[in-house]
Design a binder for this molecule. Structure first.
Ligand SMILES: Cc1cc2nc3c(=O)[nH]c(=O)nc-3n(C[C@H](O)[C@H](O)[C@H](O)COP(=O)(O)OP(=O)(O)OC[C@H]3O[C@@H](n4cnc5c(N)ncnc54)[C@H](O)[C@@H]3O)c2cc1C
Length: 600
């Protein structure tokens, strides 16, 4: 049975060599994030992931969350205790501000730690992830009273948070939200309506659950401009902060899902008994803006789910490939012993692809987290603005691409197991099932791709993309000029990839205004192209750093050589697809749009 071990050496390498941890620790407010403290945090998180969360992962899959006839939701055995221990150890508030009870660690550190929670037990991690987004939305937009009442208890984990957007007719299109909010004499509101698919919408971890709910006031304008955001607690909170009456919000059913069985996905009914008490966040009709803050963080978090699941699938597949003996390795002597399947070139191809995908996704995630840290804390306003533009460009890529490659990685994990991959006992199939949701919730890959080509590229005339491309060209020049074989090959492949991304990006900017349908027909292939090239550039940068360290005899030579080999594999197997994807983006629309709807 494979156990999860956090890849600490790799995590530290990416944080230091790619994401610039040491410089992050010099930013105001992050002085405590010294390399030693961060190393200690990662080690403690690795122990919790290994010892507590990983052993519960299969229990959660087989047991699942349950709704009793009297309306109580229970999570699988062990989850409630694990949650309490998680909070007691302070993990819930790791990256939250110290003034609301958090630890004040950078997003970069939280990204690495979240990866461990996702790898060991993604269904568990969803609860802290959504609470974190809800805290952020209240912290940035809520009144002082809302902050005082809710934030300390949500940061400590005493109360959890949810995100209530989706309704039966309003999924990707939130303009269709119908839930109603009626002003009450005392300044609060009464909320009515039904929300579906609400993650941890009810559970037994804590006494109170703080729902952040999108709803419309009666006189609100139609569409997205008429949506407001409300805090609706499961139990009304009294003036002294204690919990009072049960609010008029009820879990009426739990969904039966393909994966993440331990995470209760609830249908919530608001206002069946006179109206659920809600409190406005910020101003009326600005709810979607506020919710986007929460969604951005959640989208980044889902991208890290992709990395976590991919790494876990890789670890399990590697363990199996070492143990499973089948046939002789090609070219072996006739009398050679049968070997582990890890010796077969095709199995190695699968494992290397899994490894390279995971390392590329991790690098993209950590680099984006570090950009968010600089965007919030850097003393120079120009740097803050540049880093924010970069992070905003990357978030749909981290969400969209990392989760799409997580599917491929979990799929290969099953394939490496052969028939046993299809049998649940090995655990490989659970990753495939759990990973499947990551390309859907928090906005499907199609929605991420629309965001990328529209808001992140066309809107600024391709400026943020051009800045990212200029940085990548710097990496590529260092690789091609390195004078050493693997680095030069990586550099050549990266050069072709960057050219392809540049061409496709320019085509999008040139065509967005007058041929939107054609641009959107290629949006997902463009997202894939961007993920491959940005991921390939990060791995190229890793290879350069590894090669420098090898030359200086600084670090574990086996690990450093493997970094270079992994970057080479990604260059040969993924970056080579970039020119083809460019052609799909710029010339693939006619076929996509050729048939009339009734011809399908
Ligand atoms: C397990 C689970 C947990 C969830 N948790 C939460 C939660 O906590 N809170 C919450 O509010 N919601 C939650 N959701 C809902 C989730 O965010 C939505 O399911 C998701 O946004 C997609 O919406 P939809 O299901 O209505 O699909 P649809 O919007 O109907 O999409 C169907 C297909 O059409 C495509 N499509 C739709 N519009 C466009 C477009 N404009 N351009 C291109 N393609 C388009 C989509 O990409 C998709 O392929 C959860 C869902 C699940 C399954």
């Amino acid at each position: 049975m494979s156990e999860y071990h956090a890849p600490l050496a790799e995590m530290r390498f990416v944080m230091t060599e790619l994401a610039g941890l040491e410089a992050i620790a010099t930013l105001p407010g992050f002085e405590d994030a010294t390399p030693d403290t961060v190393a200690a945090i990662l080690e403690e998180a690795a122990k919790f992931a290994h010892g507590v969360l990983d052993p519960l992962n299969r229990v959660g899959d087989t047991g699942g969350a349950r709704l009793s006839e009297d309306g109580h939701v229970t999570t699988p055995p062990g989850f409630r205790d694990a949650y309490r221990e998680f909070c007691a150890l302070g993990w819930n508030g790791l990256s939250k501000s110290v003034d609301i009870g958090g630890q004040g660690m950078p997003q970069l550190v939280a990204a690495a730690v979240d990866e461990m929670w996702n790898a060991s037990n993604m269904a568990f991690e969803l609860c802290p992830m959504l609470t974190s987004g809800a805290i952020e939305a209240i912290e940035l937009n809520g009144s002082e009273e809302l902050k005082r009442t809710y934030l300390p208890k949500m940061v400590s984990g005493e109360w959890t948070g949810t995100m209530n957007l989706t309704e039966p007719q309003a999924g990707s299109d939130l303009a269709a939200v119908r839930a109603k909010a009626v002003r009450h004499d005392d300044g609060s509101y009464r909320i009515f309506g039904s929300k579906i698919f609400i993650t941890y919408g009810d559970h037994d971890y804590t006494d109170n659950v703080v729902h952040l709910v999108l709803a419309r006031t009666p006189d609100a304008p139609p569409g997205t401009r008429g949506i407001s955001l409300f805090v609706v607690p499961k139990f009304v909170v009294n003036a002294d902060g204690s919990t009072g009456e049960r609010n008029d919000v009820r879990c009426v059913s739990l969904e039966h899902k393909l994966g993440i069985h331990a995470s209760p996905t609830a249908v919530l009914a608001f206002g069946d008994r006179g109206g659920a008490v809600g409190h406005l966040v910020g101003e009326e009709n600005h709810g979607l803006e506020y919710m986007f803050v929460m969604m951005n963080l959640a989208r980044f978090g889902v991208g890290m789910q992709g990395v976590g699941i991919a790494d876990r699938a890789y670890q399990r597949a590697t363990g199996y490939a070492r143990d499973r003996v089948q046939g002789r390795v090609a070219d072996a002597a006739k009398d050679a012993a049968v070997s582990g399947i890890i010796g077969h070139p095709d199995v190695r191809r699968m494992l290397m692809t899994m490894r390279a995908n995971t390392e590329a996704g991790r690098a993209l995630g950590y680099v984006t987290a570090a950009a968010l840290d600089r965007a919030h804390r850097h003393p120079d306003a120009d740097v803050r603005q540049r880093e924010l533009a970069f992070a905003e460009l990357m978030i749909p890529i981290v969400k969209g691409w990392n989760t799409e490659v997580a599917q491929q990685t979990a799929y290969l994990g099953v394939q490496v197991h052969g028939g046993m991959g299809f049998i649940e006992e090995t655990g490989a199939a659970q990753y495939l099932r759990d990973a499947r949701i990551t390309t859907i919730y928090e906005g499907t890959t199609g929605i991420q791709a629309n965001d990328l080509v529209g808001r992140k590229i066309a809107r600024d005339g391709g400026a943020a993309l051009a800045a990212a491309i200029a940085d990548m060209r710097g990496v590529q020049r260092a690789l091609t000029g390195a004078g050493a074989e693997p680095l030069e090959v990586i550099g050549t492949r990266l050069a072709d990839g960057i050219d392809a991304l540049d061409d496709a990006g320019r085509w999008i900017v040139a065509n967005f205004a007058h041929d939107l349908r054609s641009v959107l027909a290629g949006a997902v292939p463009f997202l894939e192209l961007a993920g491959i090239v940005c991921g390939g550039a990060q791995l190229g940068k890793s290879a350069l750093a590894a090669s420098r360290k090898l030359a200086a005899a600084d670090g574990d030579a086996t690990f450093l050589r493997a970094k270079i080999a992994t970057a080479r594999h990604f260059a040969d197997h993924a970056l080579t697809c970039a020119p083809g994807l460019r052609d799909v983006v710029v010339a693939g629309a006619p076929g996509v749009l050729a048939l009339a709807e009734d011809q399908f």
